[in-house]
Each structure stands twice: as structure tokens, then as C-alpha cells.
Write a protein that binds this ligand. Structure first.
Ligand code: GLA
Length: 740
């Protein structure tokens, strides 16, 4: 016991026996009138739970960690706010129907029809997994009903990230109906709170909005079922005191790890404290829970930073790459996609040409998009064929395997698009399996992009969806990439398989995760892009199965600067699939430079490129390959904000500060706009000397950057460096190298 705990303890500079105690289950031992404290800690922060003599568990503090744990006991005397009346205003998991008067985290109907719940402390355990990860589990139980909830707090010490979820179970004599079942219930104190939230639509993802939170409840939610983030993603920021900036201020980033309906309530209560309750949306979902069964909520993820949004995002990136995103520290494939180059209009001859173009361009993989399948109702447009995953014999008489072999001949890899959760009303699947389709009996069908959703709550449908992918791989073992799309929301929610319709939305997502888990068990490595008509399904539960996501169908580079910027607060650059297309009016260099800020891909007609543009792209891809590890694994710093300045500038630096790459773009085309002042870099070694060279140079143009000049890190971070952005030099990529 001692040796493994010793190594964990050494890491935290604490005696090993603390971990011995921590690893065992503890029960409430409240010494006469004295409360018990459970500090849930990370390297910088503490979320302090208190168990009082009545066994109510509350959050008495969430903020900067104090050196002396005993001082948390002084907290209660430090606040002189108005009376609580309930003693559960700051509950760690607010139950409804007893003393509570505010928004609950959980509400239920017991087997006898009673709606009251009161959760009191039973025990807690602290279980370190390794030196960085610890799980705190607090068990709560109703004194009257045989009903319990486990609160789970999983801490990632160095990254300051906490994942929180709940497990609900009961041993009552009949079923219990859960009416609300949040993952987490947080409680914050400050003089003021500012919410930075996001909204969007197709081609308009991740539009930020910041406002001061007023009294009452602000709800961020989705009721779309699939493609759940189309109008609002499950990520947000809350600044404390005043709006945080990139480098300053206290800010909490929150995100529900869930790909279906979500709901986050932010309630500023009558004492001026902020209660945040986040979880699956209970909309149309009273959930029947049988006795002795566990109901586990998704994780709610949060990170608190006192050094602004930049630090919070770097912590989240580090966490995501190490613990969540599939193959987060691995490699990615650059690619050529044919969606915008051909849409549905292609055949084997055309694709063979595109495979040659893939090679010529110098990317790793060719991605065949929508339109390759269905025979009775061929997929020649978006009104037919979904569900019939047989290769279309007219377009591709020799099947996919011929194309995979042709790709091999061209020394590139081959990937393919699927949308296996969906069905077109004009399809054989619709004719043969009407019972697999989500629709209301007796009501007219209503379509989103002319299609319907398959009922993934049904295990037979799960097998079918798994089979779509499995059959592709079995027939084509050389297949190297999947783009998984999801273009429709759920209308007329109803499953002919489920007995209890209140479970539908939840069982759908459970079914989706079952399928993805099966795919990952059999094909753990293959890269998959998470697409949902753009960024309609970007969340951390999905990303544990995917290597990358498609931020938006809007690939106008000017728009993408803004969108990729906002996504980048929550998701690391390695996960962002950025393609160069013909959207927008910007020159090819600008389009390529913007796409480089993540995982580079192309969706253009290579043979239509003028020779200089082609030559530029080929060199830019070589340049990208020389810096991609910095973009994918480096620490990301936002140097100049596109919403505040005419120039957007982003830097990625290696952990050892030996190399960085800086992307700068003109985002305002008015007269004489550009980088009038130098842009201050960050994350470099102040004492080291650096040289700066320009990459991604368009043929025939001269770089004004002198690569022989030396700058100290101190200079570059204090004075800055001017990339010389102007209306005639609208994007610049700089490599910063430490001199050895
Ligand atoms: C969605 C995706 C696009 C493309 C089309 C194909 O809109 O976002 O990238 O794959 O579907 O129909």
C-alpha cells in the first residue's frame, strides 16, 4: 500500500498516510456541533463541501485554494448576506419538494406518488486513480424514502479541471419517476456575474454574447434531440466580478459532456449568489427508474481560472488532449474532400482523377463525401437514398474497394462519408423498416433536410448502424477515415420500441454511444470526423469517440477566423477540421493560412487552380507539415482579438518554448488598416534569443521579415513583433525559433 501511495503523495508533497485515509470510505463524524469539510481540490482551486450537524451537504466555497485547510472553517463568519430560510440555498445537490425554494437539481415522484425529496449525507470516499486524477464520491440518502444519490467529482489536479456527475438509484417497492436529474449543482459568490454564452444556426455556429446575469433564471438549453447544438452549444463562460479578458480576471468555463438535449440553469438567487445547475434536459423526459437500477448522468465539466480566459482554455486543451479527445496527442491526416468540388455529381473516372489530385496537392488522404450509395433511390441529391448503404452501381460499378486500391497506387489514403443515423423517405430502408423510424403514429411526417431520424433507442437499429460502419471496414480493410454526419433534428419524438416514451431522448443518446463504443472497440485507431451539418454536435462526450470535429459548413475564411476563435476556447486546435474551399472572396493564401490554425484540409477543384496557386498550396502544405506539431500539441495564446482589432493573431508554442508559430490575419478591410503596432507574443522564454522567419509565402512575393535578426523572448513579449499586416498583405504565418 505504502509504495504506490508514497509516489502519489510525493507528487503532491503530502504525507502518504493522507492518501491511505483518503482512499477509504469515511462516514459522518460530526463532533458536537462541528461541521465536516470535504475540500475537493486541484492545483489552484478548492470546491469546499460542508456537512453540517443536520447532514445537509452544501458548497461553502469555490475559488482559489487556501494553504491552511482549517481556515475554510472561518468562511461562515465572513459573509453577512440575508437569511437563507431553508438551509439548502447552497446545497451541493438541491432536492425538491421539502425545504428547498429555488431551482432544484433533482425532482422525483416516489413509487407511492409522493413528490418530496430530502437528501442527507451518508458517507464519502476519496479515490486517487494516479498522481493527477482523484475521484471524490459523496453519498446522499433520503431519511424517509429508500432513495439515494451519489455525487461524483473527478478532479484533474494539474489542469484544474473537474468533471462532475451523479448516480441516482432507489430500492422502493415500485418505479420512481425522475422529473429532473442534473449532473451538477454549483454555487458561486461574487459581487457580479457575467455570462458569455453562444448561439447559432447552420453556417453561423459559435456566435458569442456576453451579458450581466440578473436575478432569476437564465437557461441555456437544447430540445433538438439530435444535432442538438444547432442553435446553442453546451459550453459557456461565467466571469466573476467583471468580464474576464484573455489574460485577466476570474472565469469559470463550463460544458456539459452530452450529445443530446441539455439544460443549464444559471440562477442568481435572492442573496445575490449564483447557482449553476447543469445536466440532460428534462424536457418531455420524465424518466421511469426501476428499483435497484442506476441512473447515471453525463459529466459536467468545469475549469476555474484566475488568469483570464486564455489560461482556462489552455488548461482545458491540456486536459482534452490527455484525457478525452480520441488520440488527443496523436497525429492527424491532411486531406482533400470532394463535397464542394463535385457535390453529388461524380463517378469512378472523376474520383480517380481526384485521387491523382490528392497526391499532386501533397495531402495524406482523399475523403469521398455524400452521394456514393443507394440504388433503387440513388443518392443523387439530398432527397433520397439515406439508409441504403450499398454502393451505387451506376456511379461506382467497381465498388469502393477499387477506389481504395487506386488511392494506394497514388500513395494516399482513402476515407468515406456516412450519415448512418438517418433515413430518407425515398429509400428502401424506409419501405422495409418503418418501425425503425422516429415519428408519431397518426401524425404527418415532418422533415429536416428532407430526412428522418432512425430510432437508436431500439437495439435492432443500433445493430444496423454499427453494421453500416463494420461492413465498410470488412469489405475495405484499407479504409483510413470516416466522416460521420448527422444532418437532421428530431421532430415528432416517438419510439415504437420503447414502452416509456419519457425515456426516448435519453435512450437515443445512450444508443448512439453504445454504437460508437462498439465501433471503437473493434476499430480503436481509425480517425473519425464528427460532423453535424457543420458544428451541430460538438461536445466532449462525442469527442471521446472522434479525433476531430467539423466546426461549420461555412468555410469563408473571414467567418472561420471568428468561429474557430470561439471554438478554440473550449476545444484544442488538433480537433478542429479546417478546410480550404471557394467560399468567400479572399485569395488562396488567406484561405490556406486560416485553415492552418487547426487540422488542414482542402475542398477545392485542384485542376482549376492557376499554376501559381497550385504551387503555393503545395509549398504551404509542406510548411504546414513542418509546424503542425506546434499547432496540434502546443500551448495556444490568443494575441490580438478579431472582435477588438483589425488584426487577429494566434500563437502556438511548444512546451519547451523552443519554437512557436504565429498566424495573423487582417479582419477589417477599411482604409489603411493593418498591424500598426507590434503584436505582443506570449509563452516564450524571456531569456532566450529567437529568430523569426515567414512561412506560406505566395510565389513571386517578397517577405519584409528579416530572418537574420535576433530578438529576445523578453523583447517579443514586452514590445512585440510586427507581422506587417496590411490591406495588401492580409495574412502572415511566422515561425519563431529559439537559437541553440
Ligand atoms: C453536411 C456536411 C457537409 C457535407 C454534406 C453532405 O451538410 O456538413 O460537409 O458532408 O452534409 O450532404
Amino acid at each position: 500500500m505504502k509504495s504506490s501511495l508514497q509516489s502519489i503523495a510525493d507528487c503532491f508533497k503530502r504525507p502518504w498516510y493522507i492518501f491511505f485515509l483518503a482512499a477509504s470510505v469515511m462516514t459522518a463524524t460530526t463532533v458536537a456541533g462541528q461541521s465536516k469539510l470535504i475540500p475537493v481540490t486541484t492545483s489552484a482551486n478548492a470546491l469546499v463541501l460542508q456537512v453540517d450537524s443536520a447532514k445537509d451537504v452544501s458548497i461553502i466555497y469555490f475559488g482559489s485554494k487556501l494553504a491552511d485547510t482549517a481556515e475554510y472553517r472561518l468562511l461562515s463568519g465572513s459573509y453577512r448576506q440575508t437569511e437563507d430560510y431553508t438551509n439548502v440555498l447552497n446545497s451541493a445537490y438541491t432536492s425538491s419538494g421539502s425545504r428547498n425554494l429555488m431551482e432544484p437539481a433533482i425532482s422525483v415522484e416516489h413509487s407511492d406518488g409522493n413528490h418530496s425529496l430530502d437528501l442527507r449525507y451518508v458517507s464519502h470516499a476519496i479515490r486517487p486513480t494516479d498522481a493527477n486524477v482523484t475521484e471524490y464520491i459523496v453519498v446522499l440518502k433520503d431519511p424517509v424514502y429508500d432513495f439515494e444519490v451519489e455525487l461524483h467529482y473527478k478532479t484533474y489536479y494539474l489542469q484544474d479541471v473537474i468533471e462532475q456527475w451523479s448516480v441516482v438509484r432507489h430500492h422502493e417497492k415500485g418505479n420512481v419517476v425522475l422529473y429532473k436529474y442534473a449532473s451538477a449543482n454549483l454555487y458561486l459568490k461574487s459581487t457580479a456575474f457575467y455570462l458569455n454564452q453562444y448561439h447559432g444556426d447552420w453556417a453561423k455556429e459559435m456566435q458569442p454574447e456576453e451579458s450581466r446575469i440578473t436575478h432569476g433564471i437564465k437557461t441555456l438549453d437544447s430540445k433538438l434531440g439530435t444535432r442538438a447544438d444547432l442553435f446553442q452549444p453546451p459550453v459557456f463562460m461565467v466571469s466573476l466580478g467583471k468580464p474576464a479578458t484573455e489574460e485577466e480576471g476570474t472565469v469559470l468555463f463550463g460544458a456539459l459532456e452530452y450529445s443530446g438535449n441539455f439544460r443549464t440553469d444559471l440562477e442568481l438567487d435572492f442573496q445575490d449568489n449564483l447557482r449553476i445547475i447543469s445536466g440532460m434536459n428534462n424536457y418531455a423526459s420524465p424518466y421511469t427508474l426501476e428499483a435497484d437500477h442506476d441512473f447515471t448522468t453525463p459529466g459536467f465539466l468545469y475549469v476555474l481560472s484566475r488568469q483570464g480566459k486564455g489560461h482556462a482554455s489552455r488548461q482545458l486543451h491540456a486536459w482534452a488532449r490527455q484525457y478525452k479527445l480520441l488520440d488527443g496527442n496523436g497525429q492527424r491526416l491532411t486531406l482533400l474532400n470532394n463535397w464542394e468540388a463535385t457535390y453529388f455529381d461524380f463517378n469512378e473516372t472523376k474520383l480517380k482523377e481526384l485521387l491523382k489530385d490528392t497526391r499532386k496537392l501533397g495531402v495524406d488522404l482523399f475523403l469521398l463525401d455524400d452521394g456514393w450509395f443507394a440504388n433503387k433511390y440513388p443518392r443523387n441529391g439530398d432527397r433520397s437514398g439515406l439508409g441504403d448503404w450499398q454502393v451505387n452501381k451506376t456511379k461506382l460499378p467497381n465498388g469502393i474497394s477499387t477506389l481504395v486500391k487506386e488511392a494506394e497506387k497514388n500513395k494516399v489514403k482513402f476515407g468515406i462519408w456516412v450519415e448512418p443515423e438517418m433515413v430518407s423517405p425515398k429509400s428502401e430502408l424506409y419501405e422495409t423498416h418503418p418501425e425503425w423510424i422516429v415519428k408519431q403514429p397518426g401524425r404527418p411526417e415532418h422533415y429536416f433536410r428532407h430526412q428522418l431520424v432512425l430510432d437508436l433507442a431500439n437495439p435492432a437499429v443500433q445493430d444496423f448502424v454499427f453494421g453500416v460502419i463494420d461492413t465498410l471496414f470488412t469489405a475495405n480493410p484499407g479504409l483510413a477515415y470516416i466522416k460521420w454526419d448527422c444532418n437532421a433534428v428530431i421532430y415528432n419524438a416517438y419510439s415504437s420500441y420503447l414502452k416509456s416514451q419519457g425515456q426516448f431522448y435519453i435512450k437515443y443518446v445512450e444508443g448512439l454511444y453504445n454504437v460508437l463504443a462498439r465501433i471503437r472497440k473493434k476499430y480503436p485507431e481509425v480517425p473519425m470526423m464528427l460532423c453535424s451539418g457543420g458544428g451541430g454536435r460538438v461536445d466532449y462526450a462525442a469527442l471521446q469517440f472522434f479525433t476531430e470535429y467539423w466546426p461549420s459548413d461555412n468555410t469563408d475564411p473571414l467567418e472561420r477566423i471568428f468561429m474557430q476563435w470561439e471554438y478554440s476556447y473550449f476545444y484544442p486546435a488538433i480537433a478542429s477540421a479546417n478546410h480550404v474551399t471557394d467560399w468567400g472572396k479572399q485569395p488562396i493564401k488567406y484561405r490556406v493560412d486560416v485553415a492552418m490554425m487547426g487540422k488542414l484540409g482542402f475542398d477545392i477543384v485542384v485542376k482549376n487552380l492557376p499554376p501559381a496557386d497550385l504551387g503555393f498550396c503545395q509549398q504551404a502544405i509542406r510548411d504546414y507539415n513542418s509546424v503542425k506539431d506546434l499547432v496540434w500539441a502546443g500551448d495556444q495564446y490568443r494575441l490580438s482579438q478579431p472582435r477588438e482589432s483589425a488584426v487577429a493573431s494566434m500563437l502556438y508554442v511548444s512546451a519547451d518554448k523552443a519554437a512557436a508559430v504565429v498566424f495573423s490575419y487582417l479582419v477589417n478591410n477599411r482604409y489603411a488598416q493593418g498591424s500598426l503596432l507590434p503584436i505582443r507574443m506570449q509563452g516564450l522564454d524571456p531569456k532566450a534569443k529567437y529568430r523569426i522567419t515567414e512561412l506560406s509565402i505566395y510565389p513571386g512575393t517578397q517577405s519584409p521579415i528579416d530572418p537574420s535578426k535576433e530578438y529576445s523572448g523578453e523583447f517579443l513579449m514586452t514590445i512585440g513583433f510586427n507581422p506587417a499586416i496590411s490591406t495588401s498583405r492580409t495574412s502572415v504565418v511566422l515561425k519563431v525559433d529559439k537559437l541553440r
